[in-house]
Design a protein around this ligand. Structure first.
Ligand code: PLP
Length: 392
C-alpha cells in the first residue's frame, strides 16, 4: 500500500458528509431512511438566480476569471456588507472562493505557522479543527455546553489565550447549535481581546440570514468597530440562497491578509466557477424576499421539532436563535437505553432501528448530543419524530 503524508493522517473525513453518504447508500439498498443529517436547505435555488447562471453559460461567460472573483461579484459583496452589516470594504479587501469552506481553508493556510493556536468554541462546525490541523496549527477547543447556552464566556476566552494564540473563531448563529451571540455578549468577549491586540478574529456569518431571535444579526465588528483591522468576516451564498452546490463563499478583511489568501487560492483552485459567480451576483443584488420565504418555513419546523423532542423522556432540547439545526442533549436517554453507551452508538441505533439518519454530537466536539437538521419537509420531520419516539 502507498505511504501517505502525516498531514492527511492527522485529519478525518467530514463526518456530516459521511452520514449523508451512508443514508444514501442504505436508501439505494432499498431501506427506508429519513435523512436528518443534511447541512443544506431543502429548497430549490430561486428562479432568478438559476436564470442568471443559465444566461452566463449561454453568453459564453465560461472562462477563467480573476482569481479573487469578478469585479461585478466583488461589487455586489461590498454592497452586501454595507447594506446588511454596516461595514465598508474596498475591492482589494474581498476574496471570493469555492464555498465558505475554501475561505476558511485559505485563511488557515495564509495565517498559521506550525504550532500556532486557534481558539475554537465547541460545539464547532466540524471542519474548523481539521483545517487548522492541515495548516500545522493547533486547535484549542473551549467547551460551551448546554448549561451556558452553547456560548463561551469571557472568562473562558481569557483562560484559553496564550502567547501562541493567532486566531479566535466565532460562528454565530452556530452550526450545530443554532445559538447566536447577542451584541452584549460579543461586546464582553471583545473586551477580553482588547488586551490581546495580536489575536485575530474570524467571524463566520454563514447563517446570518437564518435567524429569528436576538433581533437583528450582529457580529463582533458591530460590538467592537475598532477590531476592523484584525477581523476577517466569512460568509457565502450557500445557506442563505440554497446554493450549496454552486460553491461560492466570500470574505472580507485586511488587504494584506486577503492578498495572502488569494495567493494560496491561486495555487490551488484559481477562480471559483465563472457561472456560479454570475449567479451569486444575482443572489446578492436581487430581491431578498426569497430568504424570508425559507425563514418562515424553517421557523415553523423548528417550533414543531423542539416541542416534540422535549416530550420525549430523556431528551432536552433548547430553542435555537436560528440556522436549520437543533442540538438536543440525549445524555439521560442514553443512560436509560440498554446497550447504548454514547451518542455515536445512539446515532447508529437510530439509523438501524428507526431508519433516521442524524449526526452524533461528538462530531462537533460535544458528546451526549445529536444534531438534527430541519432542512427537510414537515412530513419527513413528523414521520422521523414518530419513529424516534417509537424506537426509544
Ligand atoms: N461555515 C459553516 C458554519 C458551515 O456550516 C458551512 C457549511 O456547512 C460552511 C461554513 C461552508 O459552507 P460552503 O463551503 O458550503 O459554502
Amino acid at each position: 500500500s502507498i505511504t501517505l503524508s502525516d498531514r492527511v493522517k492527522a485529519v478525518k473525513p467530514s463526518p456530516t458528509l459521511a452520514i449523508t453518504a451512508r443514508a444514501a447508500a442504505m436508501r439505494a439498498a432499498g431501506k427506508d431512511i429519513i435523512g436528518l443529517g443534511a447541512g443544506e436547505p431543502d429548497f430549490d435555488t430561486p428562479e432568478h438566480i438559476k436564470t442568471a447562471g443559465i444566461n452566463a453559460i449561454n453568453s459564453g461567460f465560461t472562462k477563467y476569471t480573476a482569481v479573487d472573483g469578478t469585479a461585478g461579484l466583488k461589487k455586489a459583496v461590498i454592497a452586501k456588507f454595507k447594506r446588511d452589516n454596516g461595514l465598508d470594504y474596498e475591492p482589494k479587501q474581498i476574496l471570493v472562493s469555492c464555498g465558505g469552506k475554501q475561505s476558511f481553508y485559505n485563511l488557515a493556510q495564509a495565517l498559521l505557522n506550525s504550532g500556532d493556536e486557534v481558539i475554537i468554541p465547541a460545539p464547532y462546525w466540524v471542519s474548523y479543527p481539521d483545517m487548522v490541523l492541515l495548516a500545522d496549527g493547533v486547535p484549542v477547543i473551549v467547551e460551551a455546553g448546554q448549561s451556558q447556552g452553547f456560548k463561551i464566556t469571557p472568562a473562558q476566552l481569557r483562560a484559553a489565550i496564550t502567547a501562541k494564540t493567532r486566531l479566535l473563531v466565532i460562528n454565530s448563529p452556530s452550526n450545530p447549535t443554532g445559538a447566536a451571540y447577542s451584541l452584549d455578549e460579543l461586546k464582553a468577549l471583545g473586551d477580553v481581546l482588547v488586551d490581546f491586540p495580536d489575536v485575530l478574529i474570524a467571524t463566520d456569518d454563514m447563517y446570518e440570514h437564518i435567524l429569528w431571535n436576538n433581533g437583528e444579526f450582529v457580529n463582533i465588528l458591530n460590538a467592537h468597530p475598532g477590531f476592523y483591522d484584525r477581523t476577517i468576516v466569512l460568509n457565502g451564498v450557500s445557506k442563505a440562497y440554497s446554493m450549496t452546490g454552486w460553491r461560492i463563499g466570500y470574505c472580507a478583511g485586511p488587504a494584506d491578509l486577503i492578498d495572502a489568501m488569494c495567493i494560496i487560492q491561486s495555487q490551488s483552485t484559481s477562480n471559483p466557477t465563472s457561472i456560479s459567480q454570475v449567479a451569486a451576483e444575482a443572489a446578492l443584488n436581487g430581491d431578498q424576499g426569497c430568504i424570508d420565504a425559507m425563514m418562515v418555513e424553517f421557523k415553523k419546523r423548528h417550533d414543531f421539532v423542539v416541542a416534540e423532542l422535549n416530550t420525549i423522556d430523556g431528551i432536552e432540547c433548547l430553542a435555537t436563535d436560528g440556522t436549520f439545526y437543533v442540538f438536543p442533549n440525549v445524555d439521560k436517554l442514553i443512560a436509560r437505553l440498554d446497550g447504548i453507551n454514547d451518542d455515536l452508538e445512539f446515532a447508529e441505533y437510530l439509523i438501524e432501528k428507526a431508519g433516521v439518519a442524524l449526526v452524533p454530537g461528538s462530531a462537533f466536539g460535544c458528546p451526549g448530543h445529536i444534531r438534527i437538521s430541519i432542512a427537510t419537509s414537515m412530513a419527513n420531520l413528523e414521520n422521523a419524530l414518530a419513529r424516534i419516539k417509537q424506537a426509544v
